[in-house]
Write a protein that binds this ligand. Structure first.
Ligand code: FCB
Length: 458
């Protein structure tokens, strides 16, 4: 298929409504890029253990080295700066700074993030920190059952307070959790992610503990820093495959499980009644104090958007049309859902300012003559920037956009088989190579900043 990206002037024109201080960035997470999994006192995480379990990771790989970012962060920051990015979103590995998830802090671990934050600031890049991007200290999982135990709530708040105390004055934002839906559902119900459990009731309990830990962490951090605080949620809107009552109902449940189960307690102080009913005996026991803890005022909402869910109840199920194709993950490319969804959540929840904290595609990239011609990614990126800009025109307050991901990296249970990066990584040599999409993104940002708006031939 030939994919033609809108020209940059067209897109720049479409982005006229974005704030002049709009932040352009890229995102990563600790477990996916750092490597150094047992270096300088880092404790193991549930992902170190999960990788060691045969059959869990598609290519049998692990995160011992990943992109070796721990040892290469200085040159990596130079690559970020070279793209002209304003902002960089990364996560702190909890077991690097507190090896067992409770008790003593690991100063060598904090020193790494200290150096990273300094390097970013020196390069003029705003650091956006996420506290939990899935690498739970293994010791906490083994001792108390990790997220299945309410005992994790005060421990996560202690960790959050310490990070806020140490780095709050230098970072641009702190998000508590990344995608709690993935943590709970993929980790405890479908076993695709660590720790690999298979109980719907456990997953529902975990999701409630995640929400409580989020609230407790926000409260703890408010006491020690003035940094903007928020949370990063999955936003995969559900579409009924056909105008059938059964499809509509199923789509509503899917939306409830993915979106409303997390947005409602945070912004409305309640769990959605239809999902409580759907879960029945598997629903967690919730008391009013829990909901009051969860509903903390936030300074921003992080929206991760990749695709839509296409819900069919027919046999065989209807498959998504994929008019713009599918990514290498098999995810349908459907950018208009981003516009619709941003408008919807703004109307329904009146959230604080939004950051698109992740958006990107896996593509079967190849190095060809020293280049990576990833036209598909340029198309995906430009279509989603256009979709975001349309939402802004419709009144949604979006303050920044982070492409997922800066580098090709460890894509969880897919191992190293899926490439999401702006930079291609040759894992044998750790060579980073800017893909065509990285050059495109750099040029786009430069054009946006110089507000080049040549007359358009439409
Ligand atoms: C998101 C995760 C991120 C990455 C992308 C592809 O769900 O937050 O770590 O794996 O998907």
């Amino acid at each position: 298929m030939t994919l033609i990206a809108p020209t940059s002037p067209f897109l720049i024109d479409l982005c006229h409504g974005l704030r002049p201080d709009f932040q352009w960035g890229a995102a990563t997470s600790a477990a996916q890029i750092e490597g150094a999994s047992a270096t300088d006192g880092k404790g193991p995480s549930i992902w170190d253990r999960f990788c060691a379990d045969p059959g869990r990771i598609n290519d049998g790989s692990n995160i011992d080295i990943a992109c070796d970012h721990y040892n290469r962060f200085e040159s990596d920051v130079a690559l970020i700066a070279g793209l002209g990015l304003d902002a960089y979103r990364f996560s702190i590995a909890w077991p690097r700074v507190q090896p067992t998830g409770e008790g003593p802090w690991n100063e060598a671990g904090f020193a790494f993030y200290d150096r990273l934050i300094d390097a970013l600031l020196e390069a003029g890049i705003r650091p956006h920190v996420t506290l939990y991007h899935w690498d739970l200290p293994l010791a906490l999982h083994l001792r108390i059952g990790g997220w299945t135990s309410p005992g994790i709530v005060p421990l996560f708040a202690d960790y959050a307070r310490e990070v806020a105390h140490r780095f709050g004055d230098r970072v641009a934002s702190i998000a508590t959790l990344n995608e709690p839906w993935c943590v709970a559902t993929l980790g405890y119900e479908t076993a695709q992610f660590a720790p690999g459990q298979t109980s719907r009731a456990t997953a529902a309990l975990v999701s409630h503990h995640l929400m409580m830990a989020h609230g407790a962490a926000i409260k703890a951090m408010r006491g020690v820093c003035k940094t903007p605080l928020g949370v990063v949620l999955n936003h995969t809107p559900a579409f009924a495959a056909e105008p059938l009552e059964a499809d509509r109902r199923a789509a509503r449940i899917d939306d409830g499980l993915n979106v409303r189960w997390y947005m409602d307690p945070i912004f409305r102080g309640s769990y959605p009644a239809d999902i409580l009913e759907y879960l029945g005996a598997d629903a967690p026991t919730v008391v009013p104090e829990d909901l009051a803890l969860i509903q903390q005022p936030l300074d921003f909402l992080g929206v991760n958007f990749y695709t839509r869910n296409f819900i069919s109840t027919q046999q065989p199920p209807k498959v998504a049309p994929g008019k713009q194709g599918f990514t290498d993950m098999g995810w349908e490319i459907y950018p208009e859902a981003l516009t619709q969804h941003l408008v919807r959540i703004s109307r329904e929840y009146s959230p604080p300012p939004i950051f698109i904290t992740e958006n990107g595609m896996a593509n079967a990239d190849h190095v060809v003559g020293g280049r990576v011609p990833d036209q598909e990614r340029i198309h995906y990126l430009s279509e989603h920037l256009a979709a975001m800009a349309r939402a802004v025109d419709l009144g949604v307050d979006v303050r920044g956009y982070f492409y997922w991901s800066l580098f090709d990296n460890f894509e969880w249970n897919s191992g190293y088989t899926k490439r999401f990066g702006l930079f291609h990584v040759d894992y044998a040599t750790q060579t980073r190579l800017a893909k065509d999409s990285a050059h495109w993104y750099r040029n786009f940002i430069a054009d946006f900043k110089s507000r080049r708006t040549q007359p358009l031939a439409r």
